[in-house]
Design a protein around this ligand. Structure first.
Ligand code: PHE
Length: 342
C-alpha cells in the first residue's frame, strides 16, 4: 500500500509537469481528487485493511491528498501569471527617490465636465475667470443685492470664517468684481467650488461646483440665455435636450428663473435622481437686477444682462449617470476608474 501511494505521487508529479493550461489542470484535479479519483479510490480501499494497518496508512493518504491539493493551487496561480517565487526572485534593490509610475490616472469627472463646458462657452466668445473660494460677505451678499438681515441670506447656509469672510456659497459672489474689472459689454463665465452648511443626501453635498455666466450688452434678453444654454446642452449631451423655465426668486435677478432639463437618467419618466418628477433643476438664472449692475459700476440705463448659476456637479451627474452626488468626493475607485480613458 505504501508503495502504491508513492507511485501515485510520482505519477501525479510527472503529469503536473506537462500541464500548461487551466482546463488540463482541472481535469488532472478530477482525475486524482474527484469523486471517482485515484486518491478517493485509495481512501475507499482502506476499509479492506485491518485496524492496525488502517491507522498506519491513513495519515500517508492524507499527506498525499494535501500535497496534491497544494500543488494544484500553486500551479493554478502560476497559470494565472502569478508566480510568487518568480516575483520575489525578480525583485531588485530600487531607488526610492525615483518618481512613481502607476497604471493610469484620469481627470475627475467634475474637471472633465468643467473643461468641456468652458471650451463650449469660449468658442461662443465668453472669457473665463477664476475666483477665490474665500470671499467677503460684501462680495457674496451685499454687492449682489442681498443686504444684511435680508431673508435671502437664510436661503444659503453659510460657513462663516473670521473677519467677515465666508466660504463662497455661490459663484455669484464674483459678479461684482468681474463687472468692475471688465465693465460692459461683457461675456464671462467663472466656474468654482461652492460650500453650504446643509445636510447631505444623494443630491445635496456641502461642497459642489457651479459655473456662473454673465452676458451684459445693450440689448440682452432672456432669449439670449436660452439660446446659449440650448447650444451648451446639445454639445455636452450630443443631442437636443428638453428644457423648461419656471419662475424663481433670487435677489440679484429680475425676473428670475429656474431652468430645468429633462432627467437624462430616466428619460423623463421619473426616478430617484429626479425625485420622480422627470426634471432636474440645473441652472437658476435671470436678468441681472439693475441694482447689481449699478453696484458693479455699469450704466443700468444703457445695459441689460443675464446671469446664470449652472450646476456643474448636477451636469456631471447627468452626463456620466452618477446617481449619488456623494460619490464625487468618496474616492470610490469603482466610480472614478470609469473616467480613466474619457
Ligand atoms: N447664485 C444662485 C444660487 O446659487 C444661482 C443664480 C445665479 C441665480 C445667477 C440667478 C442668477 O442659488
Amino acid at each position: 500500500m505504501e508503495k502504491k501511494i508513492e507511485d501515485i505521487k510520482t505519477d501525479f508529479e510527472n503529469k503536473l509537469k506537462d500541464i500548461s493550461d487551466s482546463t488540463d489542470l482541472e481535469n488532472l484535479r478530477v482525475k486524482f481528487l474527484g469523486k471517482k479519483g485515484i486518491v478517493t479510490e485509495i481512501f475507499s480501499q482502506m476499509k479492506n485493511l485491518g485496524p492496525l494497518e488502517r491507522k498506519k496508512i491513513g495519515p500517508f493518504i492524507n499527506v498525499l491528498k494535501n500535497f496534491i491539493l497544494k500543488e494544484i493551487l500553486q500551479k493554478k496561480e502560476k497559470l494565472r501569471g502569478f508566480d510568487l517565487e518568480k516575483i520575489v526572485n525578480s525583485l531588485k534593490p530600487f531607488d526610492v527617490s525615483r518618481p512613481a509610475k502607476f497604471g493610469g490616472g484620469s481627470y475627475h469627472p467634475i474637471t472633465l465636465i468643467q473643461e468641456e463646458v468652458e471650451e463650449i462657452f469660449r468658442s461662443m466668445g465668453f472669457i473665463i475667470e477664476e475666483f477665490p473660494e474665500v470671499v467677503d460677505e460684501y462680495q457674496c451678499f451685499e454687492s449682489i443685492n442681498i443686504p444684511e438681515h435680508h431673508p435671502a441670506r437664510d436661503m444659503q447656509d453659510t460657513y462663516y470664517l473670521s473677519n467677515s469672510k465666508v466660504l463662497k456659497t455661490h459663484t455669484s459672489a464674483a459678479q461684482n468684481d468681474i463687472m468692475r474689472k471688465y465693465g460692459a459689454p461683457l461675456k464671462a463665465i467663472f466656474p468654482g467650488r461652492c460650500f453650504r452648511n446643509e445636510s447631505t443626501d444623494s443630491s445635496h453635498e456641502t461642497t459642489f461646483f457651479q459655473m456662473e455666466g454673465m452676458m451684459i450688452d445693450d440689448n440682452v434678453s432672456i432669449s439670449n440665455l436660452i439660446y446659449f444654454m440650448k447650444i451648451m446642452l446639445s454639445e455636452v449631451f450630443k443631442k437636443a435636450v428638453k428644457i423648461r423655465l419656471r419662475p424663481g426668486f433670487f435677489p440679484f435677478v429680475e425676473p428670475g428663473f429656474e431652468l430645468d432639463i429633462e432627467c437624462l437618467i430616466c428619460g423623463g419618466n421619473g426616478c430617484s435622481s429626479c425625485k420622480n418628477s422627470g426634471w432636474i433643476e440645473l441652472c437658476p438664472c435671470g436678468m441681472i437686477h439693475p441694482n447689481v449692475l449699478e453696484m458693479g459700476g455699469i450704466d443700468n440705463k444703457k445695459y441689460t444682462g443675464f446671469a446664470f448659476g449652472l450646476g456643474l456637479t448636477r451636469l456631471a451627474m447627468m452626463k456620466y449617470s452618477i446617481k449619488d452626488i456623494r460619490d464625487f468626493n468618496s474616492g470610490n475607485l469603482e466610480i472614478l476608474s470609469q473616467f480613466f480613458n474619457v
